[in-house]
Ligand binder design. Structure first.
Ligand SMILES: NC(=O)C1=CN([C@@H]2O[C@H](COP(=O)(O)OP(=O)(O)OC[C@H]3O[C@@H](n4cnc5c(N)ncnc54)[C@H](O)[C@@H]3O)[C@@H](O)[C@H]2O)C=CC1
Ligand SMILES: O=C(O)[C@@H]1CCC=N1
Length: 270
């Protein structure tokens, strides 16, 4: 892509995205402007060729695609700051911010600005994001081009905007949920005899294998589980013990709470 990209708010997700886009050869580091209030934190990125700045307006003026990646509670100040530099004919605005509608972004930036909400996860840094995308006013052309952009760094699903907070919980927060499950498995591994480093390696590869089975076979988890659970065997014994202790229920409840929270992270007044 020969368009310039400004990432406004280069923290965890902004930097993961920047790394992923360069790794995927979608953009050159020099075509990505990273902003942050304290650019000392972006030293390694500047050394890697990214343009770094603490001037959001200058970044917006020098870019075509504006990616908003600050925290919800930091957004209003940023929108007020950049609104005069936004040109609806030139700029496409992409927001990765949880719980903020396209309408809310346009209320500050202007009615005719095209806004696309995108919900990636941190695996975007290695091209493995599950990214959900929604918009209420973007042209088909821009939806297609943003879909292609995020497909270079993972899978993309277009959803209705009202499901965006659910996507946040399942996919963006989901990274943490699965990581915690892997950590717990490795802790179990230590208790039954492995050193921590080997237990972690074993748990990680086993989790990867489980996910890949579903991706490559296109099967339902339960059908793969059926292949592991020998009658009167040790898998079903362990699995049922986990269920008696609320394994599925606790994941479901956590995802529901995260989705609820994701919908309440932003207030227009903040
Ligand atoms: N971390 C994640 O896995 C994901 C986060 N998100 C969303 O992305 C947004 C950012 O999340 P994180 O990266 O986790 O937060 P973060 O706190 O790591 O990053 C936010 C960055 O914005 C910078 N910032 C704050 N005010 C600024 C300003 N006025 N000008 C320029 N930079 C400014 C901060 O210095 C910080 O580096 C949030 O809205 C979150 O909901 C979405 C998907 C996944
Ligand atoms: O925890 C959060 O609020 C952000 C949104 C999705 C992932 N991290």
């Amino acid at each position: 892509m020969n368009k310039k990209i400004a990432i406004i708010g280069s923290g965890n997700i902004g930097l993961s995205l920047a790394k992923g886009l360069v790794k995927a050869d979608f953009a050159q580091a020099g075509d990505i402007i990273l902003t942050r209030r304290n650019i000392n934190h972006l030293k390694s990125f500047a050394e890697a060729g990214f343009v770094v700045s603490n001037n959001n307006n200058q970044a917006v003026s020098n870019a075509d695609v504006i990616i908003l990646a600050v925290l919800p509670q930091q957004l209003n100040a940023v929108l007020d700051e950049i609104s005069s530099s936004i040109d609806s004919k030139k700029h496409l605005v992409i927001s990765v911010i949880s719980g903020v509608s396209c309408v809310a972004v346009r209320e500050k930036l202007g009615d005719d600005v095209e806004v696309i909400r995108v919900m990636p996860n941190t695996a975007i840094a290695i091209g493995q994001s599950m990214t959900c995308l929604a918009s209420d006013n973007a042209s088909d052309e821009n939806i297609i081009s943003v879909t292609k952009m995020f497909e270079t760094v993972g899978s993309v699903v277009k959803i209705n905007e009202d499901l965006m907070t659910s996507a946040t919980a399942l996919c963006a927060c989901g990274i943490a949920f699965f990581l915690r499950a892997i950590r717990a498995a490795s802790q179990g591994g230590v208790e039954i005899g492995f050193h921590a480093d080997e237990a972690l390696k074993m748990a990680v590869q086993t989790a990867k294998g489980a996910a890949d089975l579903l991706l490559l076979h296109g099967t339902h988890p339960e059908s793969e589980i059926d292949k592991v659970t020998s009658p009167k065997g040790c898998t079903i014994a362990g699995l049922n013990e986990m269920e008696h202790n609320g394994f599925s229920s606790s994941l479901i409840k956590g995802i529901k709470l995260s989705a609820l929270k994701a919908g309440n992270l932003y207030t227009k007044e903040s």
